[in-house]
Design a protein around this ligand. Structure first.
Ligand code: 5GP
Length: 352
């Protein structure tokens, strides 16, 4: 990464078309980009309009993009729960990219001087996604594997893809062992199907934020602990985890360096064609609840995928459409191979 020294790269977390931006001083001078694009910052001299170009673009001419403070501010303005005060002069002076990023990363309170929030605890920079400073990263041979998070709507085939991946190379891929408070069945062993613990301990662990997610089923608790992810990675395996997209935010740490894959349904027409004889498993891996897909299931799946993409799309590193299972599986496999050999863009905070 030495050649990248001194350069500032950002990942765009929103789509931008300067032609539709009423505020830009000159539409022709604007740079259009899509959510997920990597941009190189060329100038931050202006508080409102930065100059940037697409990463790797040989054309040295930079275009205008809304600055992070400006974009955050106008996005926040559209949200009624956040009351925005005018930018103070002192803030204007200190709104350089690195500076604003450091501040917002270090201390959320800093934002409060710019945005006076009615409910300040609800305000979070991640809720107004603009840009994220990124840096190239390639896993070194001695390093642990990255956590791979799979997200997608119920019925999209996520569990099937996960299972296929696991059996394709059991030495290389691993999944977490969940905790439960229910009694161990005779054929089960502690630490294999589940880690069996008491209700009291489970509740204490919940209090201490030991779980990534948990739920209740037939008067017992079930959940996935953070330590269970650690133990898969400690075995030098790629950890496959499927969770609700809202949990991804908490997993985005230097320790886990999660790579997030969104499994997306195809069009409703293709769903009808390809899932005609398939069954939907609505609660995790509970085969007993499997039943044939209905038209409502298809519509629900599409709607849920749209909501996930619009709310959490900026956290997805890769989107795979599960139209044909074999094709989707091969794409998934290629993605995993590349994850181990290629350079990827990760938040700068993960490397410090
Ligand atoms: P069983 O007790 O038959 O092994 O599992 C019953 C149900 O527990 C599963 O179908 C699933 O709904 C739930 N379950 C199993 N593991 C987990 C987990 O890690 N987290 C959550 N939230 N639920 C789980």
């Amino acid at each position: 990464t030495a050649s990248k020294e001194g350069k500032v790269f950002i990942k765009a977390l929103f789509d931008y078309n300067p032609k539709e931006d009423k505020a830009i001083p000159c539409k022709e001078a604007g740079l259009s980009f899509r959510k997920g694009d990597i941009l190189q910052i060329m100038s931050q001299d202006d508080v409102t309009w930065w100059q940037a170009k697409h990463e790797g673009d040989a054309n040295p001419r930079a275009g205008l993009i809304p600055s992070k403070p400006f974009q955050e501010r106008r996005l926040a303005l559209r949200r009624p729960e956040i009351v925005v005060q005018p930018l103070k002069l002192s803030n204007r002076k200190s709104s350089g990219f690195r500076r604003s990023f450091r501040l917002s990363r270090k201390d959320k309170k800093t934002n409060k001087s710019m945005y006076e929030c009615k409910k300040s605890d609800q305000y979070d920079t991640a809720d107004v996604p603009t840009y994220e400073e990124v840096t190239p990263y390639r896993r070194q041979a001695h390093e642990k594997y990255r956590l791979v998070v799979l997200v997608g709507p119920v019925g999209v085939g996520l569990n099937e893809l996960k299972r296929k991946l696991l059996i394709s190379d059991t030495q290389h891929y691993g999944v977490t062992v969940p905790h439960t408070t229910r009694a161990r069945r005779s054929q089960e062993s502690d630490g294999v199907e589940y880690i069996f613990i008491s209700k009291h301990l489970f509740e204490t662990d919940v209090q201490n934020n030991k779980f990534i997610e948990y739920g209740e089923y037939k008067n017992n608790y079930y959940g996935t602990s953070i330590d269970s992810v650690r133990s898969v990675l400690a075995k030098n395996k790629v950890c496959l985890l499927d969770v609700q997209p809202h949990t991804v935010k908490h997993l985005r740490t230097q320790e886990f360096k999660p790579y997030v894959i969104f499994i997306k349904p195809p069009s409703i027409e293709r769903l009808r064609e390809t899932r005609k004889n398939a069954k939907i498993i609505s609660s995790r891996d509970d085969q007993a609840t499997a039943k044939p897909f209905t038209e409502e299931d298809f519509q629900e799946m599409i709607k849920s995928a749209q909501i996930m993409e619009s709310q959490y799309g900026h956290l997805f590193d890769k989107v795979i459409v599960n139209d044909d299972l074999t094709v989707a599986f091969n794409e998934l496999k290629t993605t995993f191979d590349k994850l181990e050999t290629d350079t990827h863009w990760v938040p700068v905070s993960w490397l410090h």
